[in-house]
Design a protein around this ligand. Sequence first.
Ligand SMILES: [Fe+2]
Ligand SMILES: [Fe+2]
Length: 349
Amino acid sequence: MATDTTLPDITQVIRHEAEWKSSRGLRYDIVPWRLYQKAKQLFWNPTEIDFSRDKEDYARMDEQQRRTIAFFARGFMVGEESVTLDIVPLIIGVADEGRVEEAVYLTTFAMEEAKHVDFFRRWFDAVGEDPQRLYEEGEQRRRELGVERDPTVGIFESELPKVMRRVLVDRSPEAFLDCGITYNQFIEGCLAISGYKLWGELFKRWKVLPGLQQGLALVRRDEGRHITYGTYLCRRILAEHPDLMDFARSRIYELADYFFGQFRFPKEAVGSLFDDDGRFLTDRAQPLADAFNVDVGEVEFIASFIKTGYDQVERRIQVMEKALSLTDEEALLGEGAEEAEIALETVEA
Ligand SMILES: [Fe+2]
Ligand SMILES: [Fe+2]
C-alpha cells in the first residue's frame, strides 16, 4: 500500500527564532487570552472542599438515592477523565498553527479537566463508595436484561479520541471544527449542561451532599469558560469557511442521535412525555417504564436528560450560526462569544 504523503510529519515542526509570540507581542484583546486570565483568577482546589457532611448524608440516604447519585457522579467522573486525556491533540494543533494565546488558555483548560477528575474521585473516596463496583453492577444488570453492548464503543470510549487525534494528521478546517463541535458544543454544551440541570433538580428534592454541590458549582464555572472557548473556536473557523456550517449542523445532530440512542428510548416518545411547559407527564410514561422494565422515576430522569440535551443542540447550532455574520477579524477577536454564553447562562454574568 502506498504511503499517504499528504499527512504532515508531526515530528518535523521547526520554530523560528524571530517568531516567538511572547517576544513579538501577545494578543491580550482576544477571547482565549481573557479566558486564560479568568482561569488564573478563579483557581480552586478539590482538596479544600469539606466532604464530612457528604459522608454522613450518604450513609443516611436510602439505597435508591445512593444509586442514582453515585451512577450519575461516576458518569461525570469518567467523562472528565476522557476529556482530560483527549484535549492534548487540540493543544498541539493550535500551537502548530501559531495560535499561542489559544495554546496558553488550553493549558489551564487541560488542568481544569484533570482537576474535575480529581474532585469526583475524592468525593467517592470520602463517602466510601466504589465506582468500579457500580460499573460492574450496571454490566450485570445489562446482561440480565439481555442488552448487548461493546464497552469499547461510545462517545468517550472511541468517538472523542478519534475526532481529537485527527488533528494530529489532518490540519483541515473541518478537522479543527469537529474538535470544537464534538468536545465543546456537544459533550460540554449539551451533555454536561443537561447533566447540571438534573443535578440541580436532584439537590432541590433531596437537599443533601453539600460538598458535592459546592464542587459541582465550581466545575460548572470552569466548564462555562471551556464552552466559551468552543464557541470562539467554531465561530473563528465558520466565519472563514461558511460552507462548513452544513457540516456543523449535521455533525451535532449525528452526535446527539449516537449518544442518546444508547438509552433505547425513541426520540419521538421522549418528546411526548412532556407538556408544552416542559412538565413531565407521569401517566404517559408508564407504558415506556413497563416496556423497559424500569420505574417511572427512572424514565423521568433519562427522558429529562435526553430532552434537555436535544434542546441544547438547537441552542448550540444558533450560537454557531452567528459566525456567518462576523468578519474574520471579529471572529479572531471572539466578538460576542462571551455575551452569547452569558445569555444562555452557560457562564455567570
Ligand atoms: Fe470538566
Ligand atoms: Fe470542560
